[in-house]
Design a protein around this ligand. Sequence first.
Ligand code: ZN
Length: 314
Amino acid sequence: MVDKVNEAFDRAIRSLENVDENKIRKELEELILNYKVPVDQAVTTVVRKYGGEFNQSLERRKIISIGDEERGVNVVGRILSKNERDIVVEGEERKVFSGTIADDSGAINFTSWKEFPFQKGDVVKINNAYTREWRDQLELQIGDYTDLQKGQDDSVAELKELTSPKKVSVNDVGDVYAAEVEATIVDIQEGSGLIKRCPKCNRAMRGEECQEHGDVKGNPDLRIKAILDDGLGCVQAIFPLELTEDLTDISLEDAIKKAEDALDRTVVEKEMKEIIGKTILVKGRLIGNNFLVDNFSNPKWDPKEKAKKLIEMV
Ligand SMILES: [Zn+2]
């Protein structure tokens, strides 16, 4: 608890000038220790009371330029998705909002620890947010300090434009809401091929067990976890059932039969390695560390270029 007071004191002092520091500390102690006020709220209360202004620049940032562990971040963006869930913090139930917000430069996931009265499609002005990395992905954090206002609708591109896939390098798939990349499959990872999913939570099982539900009778599924490389970087891409069937020409039925014949599930994964070296165009979204593929196609080669290459080979 004393740590909390120290943290609050450091933060409050940064935003105040010419104040009696002992008095500030006492007030914070009272709020946090006696009244159990959360740190953020205690700092806000004291800073406002003593006429301080939060150290923040009013500069509007392009979402693509935002980095990890930044403070005082101001953005104007359109909500692409929004979810809410209940969590328990220090014994108290709280609502947490999360989703994705985008401007014309890129997209970023957000988490709001305070009421977030906006819907998908709304333009929101967010002042004094901060960032943090979560599962290797940058997140905009909206805390008690952050100011939220409805923004002008025409200050950000339309929803349709923001959510359409953008052609990017593999390195930048996390900066856009939906990405299109042309890359080569350089590896098929373990956990590809014929897998079983827990009937309760749908998670891929290890052997005959779900990590959470133990011994269950799993449902068969096919997937590929592939490493895609475009020469500039690489990313782990997940192809769901239908796309896996298309890409490998192995149907779920075939796969089950092959595994039964060989008395070994991993034969399917081994056979899928044949697609290593294939170059494809994929569209999808980065979620956590994984690029979830929505669809793929073969790259359209320029016929003249192809002819030239053939001639050179001859
Ligand atoms: Zn399960």
